[in-house]
Design a protein around this ligand. Structure first.
Ligand SMILES: NC(=O)c1ccc[n+]([C@@H]2O[C@H](COP(=O)([O-])OP(=O)(O)OC[C@H]3O[C@@H](n4cnc5c(N)ncnc54)[C@H](OP(=O)(O)O)[C@@H]3O)[C@@H](O)[C@H]2O)c1
Length: 198
């Protein structure tokens, strides 16, 4: 499988790239791409799947939440459509899908608004999308045990290494298309949890 990952130097992306390469997949990580659709389409041509794992990250303000967490995902989905790559896994976040609470700070509200808009954009497309909403991310080692289900899943944390493993399993299970899934640490082995949803 040839997989293109937007946000290719991110913490989840680096773990995912290692997992995919170890099992023999071809991986292209996009880093600070000038985000010109023609350039991206060239890179996507011949790919089997796109993973959107970019994010404005901590320390960024509200405008960057919109330009990266929403607009960059829209750009990647445009490019996937133009390149004929149907499979698209989007890393969103728990909390998306609902308006931010009125007492949220401005940046968090912008982040949740951007993620929610990116999800809505993707759902409206004729692509084989899966939206993955992890809980709070940690750099702990992989546990291999997760809780993965349609919302609502109780809030919790999950190691980035397990998020990467879930994305790899989602790519193996195209029957998970058109689902929005929330992810935290849990008791289910990754492969079994993903397979049961496919
Ligand atoms: N933190 C949490 O607790 C949490 C919870 C749920 C979901 N998430 C989501 O999980 C995803 C990945 O998390 P992570 O920890 O792997 O993130 P990360 O390490 O911050 O990686 C994000 C990546 O996006 C890239 N990026 C930022 N702006 C870009 C731009 N304009 N063009 C191209 N690439 C750009 C960054 O590039 P540079 O390396 O050049 O900066 C970085 O490689 C994000 O979508 C995040 O919103 C996070």
């Amino acid at each position: 499988m040839r997989v293109v990952i937007a946000g290719g130097h991110g913490k989840i992306a680096l773990r995912l790239e290692r997992l995919l390469a170890e099992r023999g997949d071809q991986v292209v990580g996009l880093i600070r791409n000038p985000a010109q659709i023609p350039d991206v389409v060239v890179l996507l041509s011949g790919a089997d799947a796109v993973v959107f794992a970019a994010g404005a990250g901590p320390g960024s303000g509200a405008p960057r939440k919109d330009s990266v967490d929403r607009a960059a995902s829209v750009l990647m989905a445009d490019a996937a459509g133009q390149a004929g790559v149907r499979r698209f896994v989007q890393v969103s976040a728990m909390g998306a899908g609902q308006p931010p609470r009125p007492d949220s700070d401005e940046v968090w509200a912008a982040y949740i608004t951007a993620k929610t808009a990116a999800e809505a954009d993707l759902r409206a497309r004729d692509l084989d999308w899966t939206i993955l909403r992890p809980g709070g991310l940690t750099d702990d080692p992989a546990t291999g045990k997760i809780r993965l289900a349609a919302p609502p899943v109780p809030r919790g944390t999950v190691p980035r290494a397990d998020v990467a493993a879930v994305i790899a399993a989602l790519l193996d299970n195209p029957g998970t298309r058109h689902q929005t899934l929330e992810l935290t640490g849990g008791d289910s082995p990754v492969a079994a949890a993903v397979h049961s949803l496919a």
